[in-house]
Design a protein around this ligand. Structure first.
Ligand SMILES: [Zn+2]
Length: 255
């Protein structure tokens, strides 16, 4: 009878270990699932999870880009710039070299940004982006991996041939990127405090916000607002990254 005691203790120990292992595996699965859902929806779940903000600037390069780069550099922050091809020339060479050297990312926005020219057919937008890509490569030596539709991927202009455009550009290794937070700085002439308020209205709703700002010559107020926007995210515990570092590219759900 006494010989059986170690066997009983061993059995109890094995059962205990098995149930603990199962608990850990179950917990891990639950955590992974929560992170997947978060990545899919871009919605916030737990405040303890890693939070990264992706600041994006459309419509550059401009005479303000160096000021934007100064602020990013001072704050040790990287961002993504969706460029307009016909604004790239010898005068912007140094700025773009600096932009890349500092660890920022370049995407293509358009070559002309003229809705009447680029959104006439699938071919017109495809050719426009190809021209923008070619200009970016020729002037920076860097091939963009992402592009952003002027007025976003759900704009009414491209609805009839949106899928065709997206498919043809994906074959070229280019994926589009939308946004989920906006400074609303391209409509009218909002003040810096208004731009900050626009971002603040939903800045902490996402663990991986993609923030739309503009870097055209008319966006002085955006430059003024930028340090406060960065501070707001830093104080809320966010890191910063470029768009290709995001868990997945952010795209609106299209019908
Ligand atoms: Zn634009």
């Amino acid at each position: 009878m006494y010989k059986k005691i170690p066997f009983v203790i061993l059995s109890i120990l094995i059962i205990l270990m098995c149930s603990l292992w199962e608990y850990n595996v179950g917990y891990k699965n639950y955590t992974d699932k929560a992170l997947d859902v978060d990545a899919e929806n871009g919605a916030s779940s737990k405040s303890t999870e890693k939070k990264t903000a992706y600041i994006t600037f459309d419509d550059g390069p401009s005479n303000l880009t160096d000021k934007v780069l100064d602020i990013l550099e001072e704050n040790d922050v990287h961002a993504t710039f969706f460029l307009i091809g016909n604004q790239i020339n010898n005068n912007t060479k140094h700025t773009l070299e600096r932009l890349i050297k500092n660890g920022n990312q370049i995407g293509a926005h358009t070559y002309s940004h003229e809705a009447n020219a680029i959104y006439v057919s699938a071919d017109s937008y495809y050719n426009d982006i190809m021209q923008a890509e070619k200009t970016i490569i020729m002037n920076t030596g860097v091939a963009p991996l992402v592009y952003r539709f002027p007025w976003g991927s759900s704009n009414a202009y491209i609805k009839p041939y949106r899928k065709e455009i997206i498919g043809r550009l994906a074959v070229k290794g280019l994926n589009y990127c939308d946004w989920n937070v906006s400074g609303e700085d391209s409509v009218g002439h909002p003040s810096a405090s208004q731009i900050i308020a626009n971002v603040k209205s939903n800045y902490s709703k996402y663990n991986e916000p993609v923030i739309l700002l503009h870097d055209s010559a008319g966006n002085k107020q955006t430059v003024e607002a930028l340090p406060s926007i960065i501070k707001m995210y830093k104080e809320a515990g966010y890191d910063f990254g470029t768009i290709s570092e995001r868990s997945k590219i952010y795209q609106w759900k299209l019908n």
